[in-house]
Design a protein around this ligand. Structure first.
Ligand SMILES: *Cc1c(COP(=O)(O)O)cnc(C)c1O
Length: 364
């Protein structure tokens, strides 16, 4: 049988290497790791590599992905990263050891449901240190909630506190920011007269503190996805050296369906494109171009794909087609040829979520 395209090839040995590198780098500084699987829509084979590579907890924003992990025999504790919806409380309690929280009403619902299921559910209270996504903003309210969980909610266990930066507000996990989190943990620990198990200092961007070896004492946990899966952001946006991490875990392969010489400027009266936009077209004369059978429906935005071959430029896309300028490509392209692309986080989340894209696994 012929291979079907488009395909997303996942190199499990490269992935395993990255999991171990990040786990070890964190462990050296007393930081344990939650491996975050939402970037690949929780593909169970990927989750298994995370688990085998030594992460302590498997985390996702989506219960469906955590359910998949469990159904595939993953035995690590599971953590729901997005604040639970009241409509999903029952499954949060039955499935997850941990959830991240910021609302008293949700904590109360979790406590009730855990009592009903005769379970103890562990919660991490989120603090908003300025990124302005989730978390308690009022620090007194945070401490009050912590005390309430500790003293009044018999079926909840206050596992710790955490923060998230660099997601909405683009705030950096500086030493100062993370020290704010440790200070809040200390206040709570004094009041409850015990240590918190988890002080969770953020996501991939907080690995900057691990690489610089200046993670404040007291931060003992991070929740990392992107650096393990792609290892692009720290290097691309912050110029951090992550040469020890492999960038070749994912390769997108798409099939050429047309290859012709055409004008580079549309011919006729110009209206709007398939998505109602008015792109600017530059007239570069007649050019060699190719069409591949993949489009915005599959990956979101064509600027998030990176051709592996020199001389290939993505010039546009509609739902199901991507248009390439191949004038400078060294060689001929014809229908049936396969082209390869690197991807980033944005295209990865779409591609793994798309049922038209075949996921295949390889090893070195
Ligand atoms: C997605 C997410 C993470 C992981 O983020 P990466 O940048 O992929 O490491 C960590 N924590 C929370 C709350 C998240 O939603």
């Amino acid at each position: 049988m012929k291979e079907r395209y488009p395909r997303l090839e996942i190199n499990l040995s490269a992935l395993s290497h990255n999991v171990r590198e990040v786990v070890n780098a964190c462990a050296e500084q007393g930081v344990s790791l939650t491996g975050v699987i939402k970037g690949v829509t929780g593909i169970p084979e990927v989750t298994k590599v995370f688990a085998d590579g030594g992460v302590d907890i498997i985390g996702s924003s989506r219960l469906e992905q955590l359910r998949d992990a469990k159904d595939h025999g993953i035995e690590k504790p599971l953590m729901l990263l997005r604040i639970p919806m009241l409509s999903e409380i029952q499954e949060v309690v039955s499935l997850c050891t941990y959830s991240l929280n910021s609302e008293m009403a949700v904590l109360e619902a979790l406590n009730l449901e855990a009592t009903k299921q005769a379970k103890v559910h562990s919660v991490v209270l989120m603090v908003d240190l300025g990124d302005l996504r989730e978390g308690f903003w009022d620090k007194d309210e945070l401490v009050e909630a912590a005390l309430k969980v500790e003293n009044e909610m018999d079926s909840l266990y206050l596992a710790g506190i955490g923060t998230n930066v660099g997601c909405y507000g683009s705030v950096l996990p500086t030493v100062d920011k993370l020290e704010e989190l440790v200070a809040l943990a200390n206040i709570i620990e004094t009041k409850i007269e015990r240590k918190l198990d988890i002080v969770s200092g953020g996501a991939t961007s907080s690995l900057m503190r691990i690489i610089d070896k200046n993670v404040p004492k007291g931060i003992n946990s991070l929740r990392v996805g992107e650096a393990i899966l792609l290892a692009r952001d720290l290097w691309l946006f912050y110029d951090y050296n992550v040469d020890n991490l492999r960038k070749d875990v994912f390769t997108l392969q798409a099939e050429v369906i047309e290859s012709k010489v055409k004008p580079s400027h549309p011919q006729g009266e110009i209206g709007v494109d398939a998505f109602g936009k008015k792109p600017v077209y530059i007239d570069r004369g007649m050019r060699k171009r190719a069409l591949i059978a993949i489009g915005k429906v599959d990956y979101g935005d064509p600027s998030e794909l990176f051709p592996k071959d020199a001389g290939i430029e993505i010039i546009g896309a509609s739902s199901d087609h991507t248009i390439l300028d191949i004038e400078d490509y060294d060689g001929e392209l014809k229908p049936g040829d396969i082209l390869e692309f690197d991807i980033n986080y944005a295209s990865l989340v779409y591609l793994t979520n798309c049922k038209n894209v075949r996921i295949v696994f390889c090893e070195d």
